[in-house]
Design a protein. Structure first.
Ligand SMILES: Cc1cc2nc3c(=O)[nH]c(=O)nc-3n(C[C@H](O)[C@H](O)[C@H](O)COP(=O)(O)O)c2cc1C
Ligand code: SF4
Ligand code: FES
Lengths: 784, 157, 437
């Protein structure tokens, strides 16, 4: 520990601390621009110059290491003179356009210039003008305002993992820019807007929408991936105009993914539904709530009467709130049906009944403390941008991050080892790791793994895992959706046991864990999502989901829904439900209702509505409660979402981690490789993953939202006699459980050496591929 | 794409540095690429980036930072004249003016026939030989009085 | 070519830079001595300390002391780097050293590697002197072929690899940490210090950087002893030193003379003032050193202490001589332009300040000066100096300050009369700033 005195106040800091660290500890503000606690130290703005006793020159607090007994003055005459000098330099070439600048009111330069600037400029020469850059659909630039702090550059290098911005040229000619004609395509790109201390980088969708002081700031929780990033939603006249991160070191730190940040645009989409709709005599009509709900009550009673309660099923999105999911299942069960599920993309449900809740198995904030990690079956960076970011930082220190997956996308993580295999052998490959570790540890051989031959890649991963002290095995979205999900689970669990590692799931959606706690999953007597569609029901309730895009087999889902007598769809949007539903109810997106998401680590995060519901939109929990009342069901008296939450969680715990479980015993390991000639790999691209993201125009203009292609290795292309760029007809033709699951799509072929031979990667979640059947299994490709 | 010969030269440069520090060869690689292509186009910079496994913008930072890289086409002969103070005291500006007049172009301009590009240079570390000029980055010419300049231009076919 | 000392003694013909010639002159005997006599590293560093050799790159930091900062017991790689990125206006000595005596630098670097336990070295050579870079590569090949580089040098348990890295036109890469960044394949932007290169240098590893001339002095010190080297010069200013004389003299060039040689003598060696004109001012240590007027410089001897006492710096030993025909405003304008163009652009005071300085001096020179401009220039330099990451900020400021200090009347005249104090025809006859009539 080192002792330091700043402005007459003493404190002790750890070795290696900087003067800035010590000042923070004392709550002393040192003006700065380039310094940012999450980025490397650049010390280039020089705004943080302070006076240090015995030093002949002022020193930058951000970069000066504390020495024992150091005495620092941050507001002495010498310090202030240096700071004012720097401020003058920063302003000479900075346009004085605060009145029209989007950053006005939240500009660090503007704020500091009040204290450190001079009233009149001594600079009488011509000011520098810098041409603006096109950084893509999300970030607007006004590069003349740039003060060259290089925070944005360092962000792309260090946090996002790939340098997409640089400082080209030198001296006064220096310009922050992407490489010629390139844009910034990181899924974390919007963070540079928050980092920019001036108005050089601002939000393109937000541009000129409002002055910052007109906005009210309200807290919320991101409804997208399993992390549940904390948000500040900025609102004017009951309209969401901008979303910023609410700093929470344990969850999203100070970052947001672009999806978290920009999906709000969908709230204002033309596709928003504002009135209940009822289809009568083949015609859609807007009706009032009373009419719609009464129709549902009456017709549901009829279906139950005619076909029995088991003929009713409910499909919910895991992006729905805890309260919504809870009331949905309560309603279903009240009506006598056990058929309710929110795991729409799963295909292997054999863990059901083992009380597994598929959670992270550890706190998010401890990811950086791991020394060994294996991620299995995950489009990591796009599925979990901020968890990937944590792994990226860990890998930079000394953590081994290993990946076993079916596609070799660049995760921008310094991977220790990886193995990329076809989906049909993913489980066998994982078994290879288990076997290699077991052999290394001298554990008894497992009969189920007798025939497994660990590959070289897998041995390297095994060695890494066996040598660690604090490891973790994580199953990703792809692993969960895999046809051998239970086997993967059993193997990962075994591996964790052998290595003493933690074992968990990277939760797919904002409320994947909440779904389990809300019991929005069937018990033994009920049908899971897959069976509800394979064995068509007479009535369906759909909550927040778009089955044509959100289900493991869109064609099967469409067939089942189209054949039903009663389909009630609760959604904020005019979806394709028009084609198959009988009633569509406008329900509130997350910004228009209170509710709770339980994130992948079991953190309970409740939020309030930030704006009034649009038109006649109602929060789904209220709608479900009224439906319960209409059916005369008991236990539907909740007068607030808090009351619903209390009913589910028994109060308001901040975490439910102790109620979560990943352990499943007695799961059969099935390594049978039933590989079809050509297998489909379906990712769910980041901006196609849920109804909100799909309708956010700016997100849809990013590279990540490019329409799906049929991606194949050169060998596969050659074998099929297809060349890249060609339009091809892809078809899924598997027949399972008596239902034909066929379907086709016409898309372009693309060369992708990251796809294992014999596989075709065709993304799901997009209109252009919704015509296909199952996300997994056989696929054929021919010239269109 | 760069020629095999250029790639071979780049490999030789890469070998100068520790195995995990390929990026160290970027300055040499850009110089080699520029020698082959005449200037550094976006495509050439992309190629160098891909070859060395660097983000293209990082290569662009380098290419735009150092004076001797040309980010736009130049004439067959690029003549850079030092006009810094020590040279200026011994006729550096004079030599530049003479060249401008002979070639009929100013600094950063190329003659209509595409043969000569004139550049103003900073100190080349040869002030004792003033006036000095550099031809195509590699040939240093010393004591460039008008007579010597005429001879140089004559040699440039 | 000027007077010859132990470094420039080789300047005698097209082959003199070759290994065989160097060996004939006694080259590599210092390395052999160290290896044959198994001289311990400490003793080598001790000898350097005794020699009072001070870094020839500009700052004059004692070399022995610098070498002693390198961690002894260090598990990973350590590096020796030679700074031949000579780009400071007026400095052109390293070019001659490498042209005539590359092996002397190589030998010095190998000894440095031996003394500091480094396995690898790089010589960073100014991009504009391409032929010299090529020659150095050839010299390296010769040394490798003779097993003076590589594994088990001269049969000893000591291995050292040396490579040449070329610059490509950026003055700032002469600054040692910018130079390291440049070797790492980045823009040459200086690093904030601490940490110093001795703890965090090339690729983050302990590194020692010295100037070409500094390394070239090492073999002599080992062969002849530190005391002998010290005696060549004067106390605290050991050895001989190369002075690059440019500007208004009859015979510009490099002169290797003992430290402490009177300036007058150097001027004479350089053939005296061109055209017999009167000396007006001298920048004694490269363009970054404060200018000294004739009466001051004529009293100086050429060593760190004397020049410092006179209010300037010995710097790199680049002596820029200006005669009575020189317009000092024009001279400063050109220097200010240089720093403005060469600022790396990283830190605020230098990026913004050098442009400001240049534009104001430019205005004054072009008859648009204002009465408050000199105060403004002084104040802007105050705001730059000591506030930047590297010393370029100071380097850009010192000429401005000193030109105004010593030649203020010329600047005032310019501002008031919108023309030079030195009449144009006088300038035309002398400095060569103008277009031929
Ligand atoms: C702007 C700037 C330019 C410099 N240029 C050179 C140079 O061209 N050559 C050089 O040897 N040192 C130069 N230096 C000094 C180096 O940073 C460093 O001090 C020197 O190489 C150390 O070697 P020495 O101790 O042998 O002098 C420069 C410093 C600055 C701030
Ligand atoms: S002082 Fe100038 S050259 Fe040095 S780091 Fe700062 S901007 Fe770059
Ligand atoms: S915050 Fe310290 S130099 Fe910018």
């Amino acid at each position: 520990m080192l002792e330091i005195e700043i402005d007459g106040r003493k404190t002790e800091v750890a070795d290696g601390s900087t003067v800035m660290d010590a000042a923070h500890k004392l709550g002393i503000f040192v003006p700065h621009f380039c310094y940012h606690k999450k980025l490397s130290i650049a010390a280039n703005c020089r705004m943080c110059l302070v006076q240090v006793e015995k030093a002949p020159k002022p020193l930058p607090a951000c970069a000066t290491p504390v020495t024992n007994g150091m005495k620092v003055f941050t507001h002495s005459e010498a310090a202030v003179k240096a700071q004012k000098g720097v401020m003058e330099f920063l302003l000479i070439n900075h346009p004085l356009d605060c009145p029209i600048c989007d950053q006005g009111g939240e500009c660090q330069l503007q704020d500091l210039s009040v204290g450190y600037g001079q009233s009149a400029s001594r600079y009488q020469e011509e000011k520098r003008v810098v041409v603006n850059k096109n950084l893509g659909p999300l970030i607007a630039t006004d590069m003349t305002r740039c003060i060259h702090c290089t925070r944005c550059v360092r962000f792309t290098q260090e946090i996002a993992g790939w340098m997409e911005l640089g400082q080209a040229f030198r001296g006064e000619h220096a310009e922050i820019m992407p490489f010629i004609e390139k844009t910034v395509d990181s899924e974390l790109s919007g963070n540079v807007i928050d980092l920019c201390p001036v108005g050089a980088l601002t939000s393109k969708p937000f541009r000129f929408a409002a002055r910052t002081w007109e906005l009210s700031r309200r807290k919320s929780i991101s409804p997208h991936d399993g992390l549940g990033a904390n948000l500040i939603v900025q609102v004017k006249h009951d309209k969401v105009l901008r979303v910023l991160p609410l700093e929470n070191e344990d969850v999203n730190e100070c970052w947001l993914s672009d999806k978290d940040r920009y999906s709000y645009e969908a709230l204002d989409s033309e596709q928003r539904l504002t009135k209940p709709m009822l289809k009568q005599c083949g015609e859609w009509r807007e009706v009032d709530w009373q009419t719609a709900l009464e129709f549902i009550g009456t017709d549901l009673k009829r279906v139950v009467r005619e076909h029995g309660a088991a003929s009713v099923g409910a499909l919910a999105s895991p992006h729905a709130t805890l309260e919504e999911l809870y009331l949905l299942q309560k309603f279903m069960r009240g009506a006598g049906s056990e058929n309710v599920d929110c795991r729409l993309r799963l295909t292997d449900f054999s863990l059901d009944g083992k009380k597994v809740t598929s959670w992270l198995g550890m706190p998010v904030a401890e990811i950086q403390k791991l020394d060994r990690v294996l991620v299995v079956g995950s489009f990591l960076r796009k599925d979990h941008p901020l968890l990937a970011q944590r792994l990226r930082q860990a890998a930079k220190k000394s953590t081994h991050v290993n990946l076993l997956h079916v596609a070799d996308d660049d995760q921008l993580i310094a991977l220790h080892a990886k193995s990329i295999v076809a989906p049909s052998v993913l489980a066998t490959e994982l078994a290879g790791i288990v076997k290699a570790v077991a052999e290394a540890k001298g554990a008894p051989a497992d009969a189920a793994l007798a025939g497994v031959q660990p590959s070289a890649a897998v041995k390297q991963i095994a060695e890494s895992l066996a040598s660690g002290e604090k490891g973790a095995i994580f199953l990703g979205n792809f692993a969960q959706q895999h046809a051998q999900a239970a086997t993967l689970h059993a193997l990962a669990q075994k591996l964790a046991e052998l290595t003493g590692a933690r074992f968990g799931y990277l939760g797919e959606a904002a409320n994947s864990v909440g779904g389990y706690l809300a019991h929005a999953v069937p018990n033994a007597a009920g049908l899971n999502a897959s069976r509800m569609l394979a064995e068509p029901r007479k009535a369906y309730f759909v909550l927040h989901a778009e089955p044509e895009l959100d289900c493991a087999d869109p064609q099967q889902a469409m067939a089942a829904l189209k054949g039903a007598d009663l389909v009630v769809v609760m959604t904020p949007f005019k979806t394709r439900a028009i084609d198959y539903a009988h009633v569509i109810l406008p329900i509130a997106p997350f910004t228009e209702t209170s509710g709770t998401f339980i994130n992948t680590e079991g953190r309970v995060q409740s939020f309030n509505a930030v704006v009034k519901p649009l038109g006649e939109t109602r929060p789904a929990w209220k709608v479900l409660r009224v439906l319960g009342n209409l059916l005369g069901l008991a236990g539907f008296e909740q007068d607030s979402s808090e009351a619903v939450r209390a009913e589910v969680l028994g109060g308001k715990p901040s975490s439910v981690a102790e109620r979560l479980n990943n352990r499943a015993d007695g799961v059969a390991i099935n390594l049978a490789d039933v590989a079809p000639a050509l297998q489909r790999i379906a990712d769910v691209p980041i901006h196609f993953a849920d109804p909100l993201a799909r309708r956010a125009p700016s997100l849809q203009r990013t590279r990540d939202a490019a329409p799906p292609k049929a991606r194949m290795s050169a060998a596969t292309l050659a074998k099929l006699g297809i060349s890249a760029g060609m339009q091809v007809k892809v078809s899924t033709t598997e027949t399972r459980a008596g239902t034909s699951l066929g379907g086709t799509a016409i898309i372009a072929a693309q060369l992708d050496e990251g796809v294992p031979d014999g596989c075709v990667r065709v993304a799901a979640g997009h209109e252009s591929t919704a015509g296909l059947g199952p996300m997994q299994g056989a696929i054929t490709v021919e010239r269109a | 794409m760069l020629s095999q010969e250029s790639l071979k030269q780049i490999d030789r440069e890469v070998a100068k540095y520790p195995a995990e520090q390929k990026q160290s060869a970027v300055m040499a690689a850009l110089a080699i690429a520029q020698t082959e292509k005449g200037w550094l186009s976006t495509e050439t910079i992309d190629d160098v980036a891909a070859y060395l496994g660097m983000p293209p913008v990082a290569v662009y930072e380098v290419a735009s930072f150092y004076n001797m890289y040309d980010l736009a086409p130049v004439g067959k002969y690029k003549i850079t004249v030092c006009t810094n103070l020590p040279c200026a005291l011994s006729g550096g500006v004079h030599a530049a003016d003479y060249l401008k007049q002979k070639l009929g172009v100013g600094f950063n301009e190329t003659t209509a026939d595409g043969k000569f590009t004139l550049k103003e240079g900073e100190c080349m570390g040869a002030c004792g030989d003033a006036p000095v000029m550099l031809v195509n980055n590699v040939r240093m010419c010393s004591f460039m009085q008008p007579e010597q300049i005429d001879r140089l231009l004559g040699e440039c076919k | 070519m000027g007077a010859l000392g132990f470094i420039l003694n080789a300047a005698e013909g097209e082959r003199s830079w070759r290994l065989a010639e160097y060996v004939r002159r006694g080259g590599y005997s210092a390395l052999k001595k160290i290896i044959n006599e198994k001289i311990p590293a400490d003793q080598i560093v001790g000898e350097l300390k005794k020699s009072s050799l001070r870094g020839r790159g500009g700052a004059g930091f004692p070399t022995g002391l610098k070498w002693s900062f390198m961690p002894r017991q260090f598990p990973g790689a350590k590096y020796v780097v030679c700074n031949s990125d000579e780009g400071e206006p007026g400095t052109f000595k390293d070019r001659d050293i490498l042209r005539w005596n590359p092996h002397m630098v190589i030998e010095g670097m190998i000894i440095a590697g031996y003394a500091m336990g480094c396995q690898r070295g790089y010589n960073y050579i100014h991009g504009e002197i391409w032929d010299i870079y090529k020659r150095f590569e050839e010299a390296l090949e010769e040394a490798r072929a003779a097993k003076l580089l590589g594994n088990n040098i001269l049969g000893a348990d000591f291995s050292f690899e040396l490579q040449a890295h070329h610059g490509y036109g950026a003055y700032i890469c002469g600054e040692e940490t910018a130079l390291l960044e440049s070797i790492e394949g980045k823009k040459g932007q200086p690093r904030f210090k601490p940490p110093f290169p001795a703890s965090f240098g090339l690729y983050g590893k302990p590194t020692t950087i010295n100037n070409t001339e500094t390394f070239a002095s090492v073999p002599y010190i080992i062969n002849e002893g530190g005391d002998k080297f010290l005696e060549l010069g004067k106390p605290n200013n050991g050895g001989t030193k190369l002075f690059s004389v440019s500007g208004h003299v009859n015979r510009p060039g490099n002169f290797e003379v003992p430290m402490g040689t009177p300036f007058k003598d150097l001027l004479e060696m350089a053939g005296g003032m061109r055209g017999g004109r009167k000396l007006k001012a001298v920048i004694p240590g490269g363009s970054s050193a404060p200018v000294l007027p004739v009466d001051v410089i004529m009293e100086c001897t050429l060593d760190y202490d004397s020049i410092a006492k006179a209010g300037s710096m010995l710097g790199s030993g680049a002596v820029i001589v200006m005669d009575e025909t020189t317009c000092m405003v024009k001279a400063l304008e050109r220097l200010s332009y240089f720093y403005f163009e060469e600022s790396c652009g990283q830190c605020t005071p230098c990026r913004e300040g050098t442009g400001w300085l240049y534009r104001v001096v430019h205005r004054i020179e072009h008859g648009e000066g204002r009465p408050e401009d000199l105060d403004l220039l002084n104040s802007v330099t105050d705001n730059i100096m000591g506030r930047t990451i590297c010393a370029l900020g100071d380097a850009a400021s010192m000429p401005v300050k000193s030109f105004i200090k010593h030649f203020g009347t010329e600047f005032e005249y310019h501002i008031q009369n919108k023309k030079c104090l030195v009449p144009e025809d006088v300038q035309r006859a002398g400095s060569g700033f103008f277009k031929a009539a």
